[in-house]
Design a protein around this ligand. Sequence first.
Ligand code: TNX
Length: 519
Amino acid sequence: MKKYFFFLGWMVFLTTACQPEPLKVNFPKTDLAEVAVIPQPISVTPTHTAFGLHQNIDILTNIQADSLQELSTYLSQSLIAILGIPDTLLQESPFKIHLDINDTIPTLDASESYQLDIKEEDLYIRSKTTEGAFRGIQTLLQLIPEQSNDTLAPFPIWPVPSGVIQDAPQYGYRGTMLDVARHFFTVEEVKKHIDILSFYKINVLHLHLSDDQGWRIEIKSWPKLAQVGGQTEVGGTPGGYYTQEDYKKIVAYAQKKFITIVPEIDMPGHTNAASLAYPSLDGTGKTIKPYTGMRVGFSSFNTRDEAVYAFIDDVVREMAEISPGPYFHIGGDESHATKKADYRYFVERVEGIVKSHGKRMMGWDEIATTNLSTSAVVQFWNSTDNALKATQNGNQVLFSPAKKMYLDMKYDSDSKFGLDWAGHITVDSAYAWYPYKYVKGLTTENILGLEAPLWSETISNSAELEYLAYPRVIGHAELAWSEPEKLNWEAYRKRLAKHARHLERLNVNFYRSPLVNWE
Ligand code: TNX
């Protein structure tokens, strides 16, 4: 059993021996139920003492598996960063964090469920899968007090309140979308976003990789898509694109944080950049020029040209090869320059292509007006009719109603960035609603999950992205994870206030909404 240990800085000064002194500490009374955890767990049972987190902690894993060793390293690195303690050194300690993967605990049925069992000298993170353990680690990181207690021992201790937490998500799909087409975001910017999202147990990042203003992913069989289509963005600034190597880096980074990347190639509308690169794709007959404005609905592929489907087959194949997740998103929104019958024909053909490459098709809610197979996922953003039509057809619906979940809507008229066509979305309005009650006739069973889209017409860097996304997406993360009976704005508001320290540590430029008394 491989073990990871924390360097015991103080010991080096006190003694050269490698045995830590027994630590007998009288912890002040703690209350696990008082700690602000977001998303709120299913059950929290305090036992009013504490686990003495300090520099010398032994992290143990119960089975030999590379994935668990990786997780153990991730946990030790996270603790080093949060506590600001020296790097690891192999050293035994009576204080142990146990990463236990166990198939037999009945309360841990779902793949993401976990249990934290926190005692004075042992802290157990139990789960059925490494994914569950990763979610449990996020909870543990939120339990660490901001300040160490330096009076309990000759070295700092961060007392983690003791007790038991049982947890599992409400929805298996808890996502957010980033539009890298209207403005390009670098690999590093996307990685930073992933770090913050994973802290709140978000498990899907949907990348909107193409639109009228830009094509952002290298397709080797059609190189001009990125080379020509990738040059522009909204406002006329230089765009950019991901090479396939870049994209793989994003996918791999996300995977380590148990986030699935969903690639979207938007079509048959929103295709000006693609048609700029290869004018034969166009179905509007207009001269294609670079587009850097903010209008929608003017472009279309030629849906009756076989060569267009050969092109799409190449694109989907190349994307499927570098996207390990189960989904491929075809867009399908606002195809106002495509005739209705052509649109239907197009979506049905493309669903066949997506399936032939082993992926499950996703599309914006307009695709519900076509003849879909039941495996397709309909992303409800605008039309409740389309959402209902989807469920009547047996399709699962991904919830992204613009009035509640569009992260690109302004908070209020003073917001520095954002649009307002779906209204202003305050932090409480984004949180205080129930997805399963939002569309009459739709129940929890019809809902695959939630996804908060961030369109990027008005934002172009991490600071602006974070201003719009945070804290609203944190509320969406709780809506998607926690049981509906637990959702309560007043209680959430108080917990969110206590998360300023976490967001500051993660260097997030979050919007300090006046509705929250930030601590
Ligand atoms: C609608 S939502 C769009 C996007 C825009 C967004 C701006 C959707 C499927 N289409 O093309 O960027 O509004 O809020």
